[in-house]
Design a protein around this ligand. Sequence first.
Ligand code: IMP
Length: 489
Amino acid sequence: MTSVTCSASFPAAHLASPPAEGFADVLVGLQYGDEGKAKIIDALAAGYDVIARFNGGANAGHTIDTPFGRIALKQLPSGVFHPHATLYIGSGCALNPWKLADEIEQLREMGVPLEGRLRISARAALVQPHHIALDRRGGGTIGTTGNGIGPCYADRALRVRNDKRVNLMLGDLLNSEADTVASMRDVFTGMINADGGTSPWVAEMSDLLLSLPKVADTLRAYIEPDRGWLANRVKQGARVLFEGAQSVLLDVVDGCQPYVTSSHTVPAYAYVGGDLSPKYHRRTIGVAKAIMSRVGRGPFPSELGGERSAQYCDDASQSHLGVTDEQARFSPEQLLRSNDPFDVGTALRMLTGEYGTGTGRPRRIGMLDLAQLREVVKAHAVDCVYLNKVDCLAHYFHSTYQGVPMRVNRDVLSSDVMPDVLIYPGLSEHSLTLGREGKLDAAMHGFVDFVERQIGAPLAGIGLGPERASLVSLSAHQPALVVAASPHV
Ligand code: IMP
């Protein structure tokens, strides 16, 4: 809902008119994460005053190429390289203070200081050394990223263990640093004692504890104790873009248990974890990609190679095999011509660079699942969708598919009417190349129309290459996403 202006009931001749209130849009991934959300935020950032995170922590991540080199950001909101934008990290996040301080320092070294631009809710949960150790020890069943996010949220809900508070928050570092460090040390020591001192991470975790006071010094300037900070900005006219981490399908309740992350990733949660009233909600923007991927375990109905691919990627991530190993072993051009979908999936991973940003793990690859997207769009009332990596569909033209395979129907029951998988014949490499030059021919329009009809939402843009310029805006299809700059912020 956008704001409603009520007329004042008293003469306003000598009063300055109140500033128009702002609004918030929520941008979320619609598949299994890694849909290229940062790239879309980069394109939309000019239309917003604040870019805000509301969930997750160092389990997210995006790599940005800058004139000063490449930087991998995990916890800072996208938009750091848009100097006009204020960055906010809401109370729904689970923060690794060491990595956060490191990101801030790296940016400072690149000439991008964040003083005055970054606010972090004092109520954001604090990832502690024992969370990281527990996640590394027990996260394998799910295939977690090992960042301690699940144990951190678990302690937030637990609140107290053995009469001691375990739900530490960033504000605790600000208000009682020595107690916070002591409390973390106690819990971690208790854990290693219970293990008989066999934990392989003792030295690493002790170093973390030792460096915490220095980290607290770095973070102090950014911690925001006022829970109404974002609301006040919006009341003064700020336009907010909430940036979801992970994806809707990995939501801790809504996703497929137990193969989910431990936070809420659905757009409605932006207003809880992002510390703003939902009355400011304007629209929900979804991001998907045309070649799908998933890291970790769990169902993936359109996976090329099915269970075999899931097992292969799981084994590879356990034995830390990544892109260089695959490049040494396989020829993607050859695999692409195989009749085996598993081979095609491997080829697509190699040709489109689908390896974990933080972990380097090979991602499981799947065809575009329009049936799944339709359900997600409907469930979360997504207003418009950006579809990334459409250029990558060109690889299918060199495969035995001879067209673009897409899952259009949900499993067998109704398949006497329509098959599960459809090979879309109408696209060509020529259309995709033209598209990169900003010219959409009839075949590209036909593809866009087909996808829109299938998913029940307009496509606001399509990604036809990694560069900023190759994101083609489909303005005829999209509701106006950018409004005139607000003078009140
Ligand atoms: P966790 O969030 O580290 O607990 O991992 C839980 C599940 O979410 C695992 O399957 C992870 O691979 C997945 N996951 C977490 N963060 C991301 C992400 O940023 N992209 C894709 N998958 C993720």
